[in-house]
Design a protein around this ligand. Structure first.
Ligand SMILES: Cc1ncc(COP(=O)(O)O)c(C=O)c1O
Length: 327
């Protein structure tokens, strides 16, 4: 079975040699110290950030949980649909969760979102940008206004940039009440190592990092991450591979564009919907390709496909042709 339902990288990003070297250089008997600061320094350099605004945790998932625990007190709000862990962590913490629905075509009405936010006055608003599951990118002006509105009652905006490396640009926060979370799980292909990144300043940074563990990420994960960040050639090859895979995915699905609706995506996956969307996904599943079909009623007839290895596209494309002929 080829999995297209996980939004992860289809290849292992490091060579066997690089992996062995990182393992050999990891002091398993010691707590991580320099490994942590080296990773942060390299990450900050790569993105032109101040290292003092960055902290790490076990996946950006852990940051979502910590942000809700520390800043979420009077309610957490997000979009429907958006990354479902926002709601799951709010529920775990016993914090009220509110959501704002999309239009019928899974676009969002920005004025409606701002009106709902003003009504509820949540402590934290989470938004994934690029957005999971639709793959869209929100306009900077909308995010700036959202942050400004939230600041009226000392609320916080969390921009979850898990897929930002697939987008043409990154959002630059204009106010201190905006926190950014990122991950090494998507474009960097290190989902198994669990490295999540927080970028924040001022009171938001202090509040969230106050509950940090002394050694939040293990040395081996950090050393493997450092190995990848240090090696520009490996990184460029990895990024090109996934961008080519994304083009191949767009190209394959475009064969069905008169039968299903396909959103332009700035991520490593593509969102499709419409009365025939599930029929295609079920046909592909019967022939070895599993896409993400949703159980949530608000995602009825939606299917999301994530990128796969380049060598798997000819078979995937042929199956779409066969499905078209079969209906
Ligand atoms: C929008 C979004 N945020 C966060 C995550 C979690 O990433 P991590 O592996 O860093 O916990 C995901 C994973 O699918 C995601 O889609």
């Amino acid at each position: 079975m080829i999995y297209m339902d996980r939004n992860t990288c289809p290849v292992i990003p490091l060579s066997e040699e690089d992996i062995i070297s990182a393992v050999q250089n990891t002091a398993l008997n010691l707590y991580p110290e320099d490994e942590y600061t080296t990773f942060i320094r390299l990450y900050a350099e790569r993105y032109g950030l101040d290292a003092g605004t960055i902290e790490l945790a076990n996946g950006s998932d852990e940051w979502i949980q910590k942000i809700i625990m520390t800043l979420g007190k009077s309610g957490v709000m997000s979009l429907q649909p958006d990354f479902n862990m926002y709601q799951i962590y709010a529920n775990q913490a016993g914090i009220r969760f509110y959501s704002i629905g999309s239009n019928a075509d899974y676009s969002f009405d920005y004025d409606h979102i701002l009106d709902e936010v003003r009504k509820v006055e949540p402590s934290v608003f989470f938004i994934s940008n690029p957005h999971n599951p639709t793959g869209i990118l929100f306009p900077d002006e909308f995010l700036n206004t959202l942050a400004e509105v939230l600041s009226e009652w000392n609320g916080y905006l969390v921009v979850d940039e898990a897929y930002v490396e697939f987008a043409p640009k990154k959002y630059s926060p204009v106010s201190e009440n905006t926190l950014i979370i990122r991950t090494m799980s998507k474009m960097y292909g290190l989902a198994g190592l669990r490295i999540g990144i927080l970028i924040a300043e001022g009171t938001a940074f202090d509040a969230v990092t106050r509950i940090n563990h002394p050694y939040p990420v293990n040395s081996l994960s950090l050393n493997l991450g450092v190995q990848l960040l240090k090696n520009k050639d490996t990184l460029n090859t990895l990024i090109d591979y996934q961008k080519n895979s994304k083009k191949a995915l767009e190209d394959s699905l475009s064969q069905a564009e008169n039968l299903i609706s396909i959103k332009k995506s700035y991520t490593n996956f593509i969102f499709t919907y419409g009365p025939q969307a599930e029929s295609l996904a079920l046909y592909l599943k019967d022939h070895g390709f599993t896409a993400r079909i949703y159980e949530e009623p608000y995602l009825n007839n939606v299917v999301r496909y994530s990128i796969i290895s380049l060598e798997d596209y000819p078979a995937f494309k042929q199956l779409i042709t066969d499905w078209k002929e079969s209906i």
